[in-house]
Design a protein around this ligand. Sequence first.
Ligand code: TYC
Length: 99
Amino acid sequence: MEQVSKNESKTKIRLAEPEIFKVILLNDDYTTQEFVVSVLISVFHKPVKEAESIMLSVHNSGRATVGLYSLDIAQTYVEQVHSLAQSRGFPLRCFLEKQ
Ligand code: TYC
């Protein structure tokens, strides 16, 4: 417990809640499953089993949330996915959604 003396005034500063964004990954018919798993590992730092599970969710359901991130991290990850996919000629897409 914080000690506050009788005459000490306490100023509370309420910081704005950080905005959180979902990164949503989309299915397509051309990107290989192996490539999607490799992107989930290398860009999003997912363990192999989780990467495989997310990839299969997207493959079976059309889309899945990869994770929740601050805006700058989410934007960076989306750019990295699109850049890696483009370099390999895959149409893999993902996007941000505000929580
Ligand atoms: N549907 C793709 C295939 O069968 C695999 C895939 C999974 C593609 C997830 C994109 O986000 C994706 N080759």
